[in-house]
Ligand binder design. Structure first.
Ligand code: FAD
Length: 398
């Protein structure tokens, strides 16, 4: 391409999509975002943005709002099924990395990012599900949607997540998401449930003989201020099967699975409403992240299972780094190559770490769980230090 590209079609308005739109606008490029779902529906659960992702929110002027609407996490503490402390990581994040880790409802984060993208004059279109991309030489690239409409631009950014339709255009017979054999349950309970406990701003998590449970504050809302999640071996039962059950049946399943786990886990389960169930997916390494005038970012490029708590932060970093690279007046193919060259090693290292972490949440024999707990106790101080590289990354300085 000889001319500087002027208009991007961004597919997906999750995390990477709206943020990429903002950074592209700052680079002087028009950005139109197309999202399959209606605005702000169906986004459940909570998540944690790590210091590296918070740097991007700071660059957008959103870090303070994130802290105000979410909840700063002072540490990540681990317990055995009976409640014995195993160790603590991620302390003093603000002092060590310049930003804290912050928990937040996913819906609030999405609302903040979409509002910011509107304010940056990005065009956002909802209920536009990408069907296919047409890229013919000197013609504009065309995104075709399932409702029969289409849009034209100079290039396409696939920010459409783990089930990316753009990925199928970039790598027609490429890898598809696979089930990691773990299933996630999650939701919110009232803050009052943790009143009187000394949890403070810590996120507390528990390794069972089979599975894992976590909880912590995620907002000041009285009715839904505590996030919780349970990760379990799926034993071949997928999320859709659980989603077909009513809430009472889901609660009963959780009650039985976590029977005998330490307090306040049983009380959280009793109070749980609107329980969300998710498959835990992963995607094998892609041979390339781009094809002609289309680039993949975020989960579409490097989907990670959630066990490193970094997928959203990586998506934020991708958006910012792409925006920075687009400021240089280079040829589009070269920018895409540079982006992949810069981002791939870091993303793949984190994906691998998440896979390893997921293994500690599978089913163990009683002896296996006992050994795992002792190993965790011994190794946590060392492995905590070994994760500093992840949080110390500042995409503004890179
Ligand atoms: C249970 C769970 C817990 C997690 N917890 C954390 C955490 O604590 N911290 C963390 O950093 N990460 C966490 N993650 C990972 C994180 O959610 C993802 O890595 C992150 O959302 C990726 O952002 P993204 O913008 O690439 O994709 P997404 O956020 O998935 O956004 C993709 C968007 O594209 C849209 N879309 C899809 N297909 C189409 C189409 N054909 N046409 C148009 N639009 C389309 C989708 O509707 C969606 O809005 C968790 C994930 C799970 C499943």
């Amino acid at each position: 391409m000889t001319q500087r590209p002027r208009k991007a079609l961004i597919i997906g308005a999750g995390i990477a999509g709206p943020v990429t739109a903002i950074f592209l606008k700052r680079a002087g490029i028009d950005a139109e975002v197309y999202e399959a779902w209606p605005c702000a529906t169906g986004i459940g659960g909570a998540l944690q943005i790590a210091p590296n992702g918070m740097h991007v929110l700071a660059e957008l002027g959103l870090a303070d709002e994130m802290i105000r609407r979410g909840s700063v996490a002072d540490s990540f503490d681990f317990y055995s099924q009976s409640g014995r402390p195993l160790g603590s990581i991620n302390r003093n994040m603000q002092a060590r990395f310049g930003q804290p880790a912050v928990n937040m409802c996913r819906a609030s984060l999405n609302e903040m990012l979409i509002d910011k993208a509107w304010c940056a004059n990005a065009a956002l279109h909802f209920e536009k599900r990408l069907a296919r991309i047409e890229d013919r030489g000197d013609q504009p690239v065309v995104a075709h949607f399932t409702d029969g409409t289409s849009a034209e631009g100079d290039f396409v950014i696939g920010a459409d997540g783990v089930h990316s339709a753009v990925r199928a255009h970039v790598i027609p017979d490429g890898p598809r998401p696979f089930d990691t054999g773990l299933i996630g349950f999650g939701g919110f309970v009232p803050r009052a449930l943790l009143a009187g406990r000394s949890i403070g701003q810590r996120v507390e998590t528990t390794f069972g003989q089979s599975g894992y449970f976590g909880y912590g504050f995620c907002s000041s809302e009285p009715d839904a201020g505590v996030m919780w999640w349970s990760t379990q071996p799926s034993h071949g039962v997928d999320a859709a099967t659980f989603r077909a059950m009513d809430q009472a049946a889901l609660r009963q399943h959780l009650r039985e699975f976590h029977a005998g786990w330490h307090d306040p886990i049983p009380a959280i389960i009793e109070a749980a409403e609107n329980i969300v169930v998710t498959d835990t997916l992963d995607v094998a390494t892609l041979p390339t992240w781009s094809r002609k005038r289309t680039l993949l970012i975020g989960d579409a490029a490097h989907a990670t299972s959630p066990h490193a708590g970094q997928g959203a932060s990586l998506a934020l970093e991708d958006a910012m780094r792409l925006g920075r690279l687009m400021r240089d007046r280079q040829e589009l193919g070269l920018i895409f190559q540079n982006f992949e060259h810069e981002r791939r090693p870091r993303a793949e290292k984190i994906v691998a770490l998440a896979r390893r972490n997921g293994n500690s949440k599978r089913e163990f024999s009683a002896t296996g769980a006992w050994i795992r707990d002792r190993m965790l106790k011994l190794l946590l101080p060392v492995s905590a230090k070994g994760m500093d590289w992840m949080y110390a990354y500042d995409p503004r300085a890179a």
